[in-house]
Design a protein around this ligand. Structure first.
Ligand code: ATP
Ligand code: MG
Length: 462
């Protein structure tokens, strides 16, 4: 069964149920009408002066009920069933017969047949109409023959009367059959249209499903790429740090190595100047301490500092700690560093995290200056009433508006493939925001200037 046939039968069932229900009411109405007719037209019959209720009234009550009960019951039990419409067809014609009989074959009563046929055509089923027509014809023939008074209101009716009545019925049927045909064609057209609509909707749904799957697949790819970028970001940060540390430690190691071989030589030559020997040993000790400090810083730097509690720390201390990781690297890149931070300036935060941000900004500045003739970075810290402000300014000319818009987006980088991951600034922004601060570009500077503002420690706010 095609989809359009299915829809047709759904539509038809709907129509059959609706028509059934209408007829159920019509039957009840007709039953009352029959009784009313009997009451008004011939309530009493007279035999001399003895009056009794006319048999028409009994017929209206009992025959009417007998005719109505089966179709109404069927409709109530199984609305829309095929059997109903045939029962309705028979019942409706029986009502016509009853009315004609109750009205003693008055010609007006015959209009009920025409009305009934028209109503039955609502079923849009030619078989229903045919059954009603055959029943009418049979009734007219039989009653015309045996009880002409009941059907034509006269005592003698020629068979021609039945023929004449039949001709009128056939005349109406011709219209009704045609209208049934048109009605069914319309239903078919609606079913056809709805099925093609469903087809196109399901086509669109399929397309949407395919697109959704494609989208999901590409999202998965992006996610996988982001994950691999994030891990390569960690690796590259680690690599950068390792290179930086090698730089930072190389120098003091060279100092220790030179001084210790000098010391050895002096001891071998029996050098007796104890002050000179001591200062040599001091220098070695100090330098070793510097290496220890770098390594200590590195250890705290490399762990996840997110859970550390915020503390009051000197800004100069944080800057110093950060520079111990990159001072040598910056120097060997030819970048000159100036620090203008007063000793008494304090900030409230997780110093390791702030240090990570500063290192990021310093590395970015150093990378940006690589091709420049003039290379300097300036770190300044000031405060106003409510904020501690740290500025990292480099000799670059500032950042173009186009780059500025995407600067803090994760994975935005202008560096060559494999060089930068584009995560530095977005991570830094996250850290500063977790301190309730802001990380912005200071447009008032003629050079490239990143500004960190942190809320001043509460104890220091006036
Ligand atoms: N001081 C600066 N001068 C000029 N451009 C800068 C500066 N700092 C950042 N940028 C621009 O911002 C981009 C994003 O910086 P971010 O630190 O987020 O990532 P990255 O440095 O490219 O990569 P990563 O930090 O992983 O090495 C850089 O690629 C660079 O184009
Ligand atoms: Mg960076």
């Amino acid at each position: 069964m095609s989809r359009s046939d299915e829809i047709f039968s759904e539509l038809y069932d709907h129509l059959a149920i609706r028509t059934d229900r209408t007829f159920a009411w019509i039957f009840v109405f007709q039953w009352f009408m029959g009784i009313t007719l009997a009451l008004t037209l011939s309530p009493q019959t007279w035999a001399g002066s003895e009056g009794s209720l006319h048999p028409h009234l009994y017929q209206a009550i009992f025959l009417g009920a007998a005719i109505a009960v089966l179709p109404v019951y069927l409709i109530w039990k199984q609305p829309g069933a095929t059997l109903n419409r045939y029962a309705v067809s028979v019942g409706q014609i029986l009502f016509s017969i009853l009315f004609i009989h109750l009205m003693d074959g008055r010609i007006e009563a015959h209009f009920h047949i025409f009305g009934s046929l028209a109503f039955l055509a609502f079923y849009r089923d030619w078989k229903v109409l045919l059954l009603a027509t055959l029943l009418t014809a049979t009734d007219h023939l039989v009653r015309g023959f045996y009880w002409p008074l009941s059907v034509y209101g006269v005592l003698n009716a020629t068979p021609l009367r039945a023929l004449e009545h039949a001709a009128w019925v056939v005349f109406e049927d011709a219209f009704l059959f045609y209208s049934i045909h048109i009605g069914r064609e319309e239903l078919h057209a609606i079913a056809e249209k709805q099925s093609s609509l469903e087809d196109s909707v399901s086509h669109v749904e399929r397309q949407v499903e395919i697109r959704t799957q494609e989208l999901q697949a590409s999202q998965d790819t992006v996610l996988a790429q982001q994950q691999s970028l994030t891990s390569s970001a960690k690796l590259s940060a680690l690599g950068e740090m390792a290179a930086g540390i090698a730089h930072e430690i190389n120098n003091p190691l060279a100092i220790i190595s030179t001084h210790s071989s000098q010391l050895k030589e002096m001891i071998e030559e029996n050098e007796s100047d104890r002050t000179l020997l001591l200062s040599m040993a001091d220098k070695i000790e100090q330098t070793a301490q510097r290496i220890a400090k770098i390594i200590k810083g590195l250890r705290s730097f490399s762990r996840d500092a997110g859970n550390d509690s915020a503390q009051l720390v000197r800004v100069s201390q944080v800057v110093d700690d950060t520079l111990s990781f990159c001072r040598e690297k910056l120097k060997s890149n030819g970048v000159q560093i100036t620090v203008e931070v007063s000793e008494d300036l304090l900030l409230f935060g997780r110093s390791t995290e702030i240090s990570q941000v500063l290192l990021n900004l310093l590395n970015n500045a150093s990378d940006a200056l690589q091709e420049k003739d003039e290379k300097w970075i300036k770190i300044t810290a000031t405060e106003n009433e409510s904020q501690t402000l740290i500025r990292i300014t480099d000799s670059g000319p500032g950042i173009s508006n186009k780059v500025k818009q995407k600067l803090f987006q994760p994975f935005f980088t202008t560096k060559a493939l494999g060089k930068g991951t584009g995560l530095g600034l977005s991570i830094s922004l996250g850290i500063i925001e977790s301190h309730q601060g802001t990380l912005t570009i200071d447009d008032s500077s003629p050079h490239t200037c990143f500004l960190i503002s942190l809320p001043k420690p509460l104890a220091l706010v006036a």
